[in-house]
Design a protein around this ligand. Structure first.
Ligand SMILES: Nc1nc2c(c(=O)[nH]1)N[C@H]1C(S)=C(S)[C@@H](COP(=O)(O)O)O[C@H]1N2
Ligand SMILES: [Mo]
Length: 189
């Protein structure tokens, strides 16, 4: 396994780590014991080598990256994304105030805004949780006055550069999926 990380990302002052612990304990084996890399803002296959053995200063052209040979982009910053964690897909909820909530991330840029809409109606601002910095996920919540019937909830995030998460849907290859997360639920009267 080889993976390539841009030197600029490691050196620009963000909290790039060689991690030996997690949650106050030695790094679990499946997360890379005894030592792994973690560079905020880049997908795992360009930044998070587990069971680290060797670091080599080279160029993107001059090394053989496992996933790049398998159609993935050579460099891949994490895209601005958001997701609905509650209610769950196809959940049954009771009419009235329903907390719609989840997380959003725009690693190293920061989340400026999260919006939710119901049945492709107007976007409504969600309330954001406290930011723990720009390199962590941001919790959000929006209270929905749910009317009986079937409804589809969608979420989108905007990062602090002003760029909104695109609604265009793409798959994960070559450099991360895009699109808005949607959850369909049933509201009991
Ligand atoms: N040695 C090694 N490191 C690796 C990988 C791998 O296959 N081998 N996968 C990478 C990818 S794509 C991800 S998403 C993370 C997943 O590990 P985590 O859940 O501990 O972050 O490990 C990264 N580091
Ligand atoms: Mo990954």
């Amino acid at each position: 396994m080889t993976l390539g990380t841009p030197v600029e990302a490691v050196m620009d002052g963000r909290e790039a780590l060689l991690a030996v612990g997690m949650n106050g304990e030695p790094l679990p084996f499946r997360h890379g014991f005894p030592v792994r890399m973690i560079v905020p803002g880049l997908y795992g296959y360009v930044s998070a080598c587990k069971w680290l053995r060797e670091l080599r200063l080279t160029t993107f052209a001059a090394y053989d990256a496992y996933w790049v040979r398998r159609s993935w982009a050579q460099q891949a910053p994490v895209k601005t994304q958001s997701r609905i964690d509650t209610p769950r897909p196809f959940a049954e909820v009771t009419a009235g105030g329903v907390a719609v909530a989840g997380v959003a991330w725009a690693l190293h840029r920061g989340i400026a805004r999260v919006e939710v809409r119901v049945d492709a109606g107007p976007w409504r601002d969600a309330r954001l949780g406290t930011a723990d910095g720009d390199d962590t996920w941001r919790q959000w919540v929006w209270i929905w006055e749910a009317a009986p019937g079937g409804h589809t909830l969608e979420v989108r995030a905007t990062d602090r550069t002003g760029a909104a998460q695109t609604g265009d849907r793409t798959g994960t290859v070559p450099d991360g999926a895009t699109g808005w997360h949607a959850v369909t639920v049933r509201v009991r009267g």
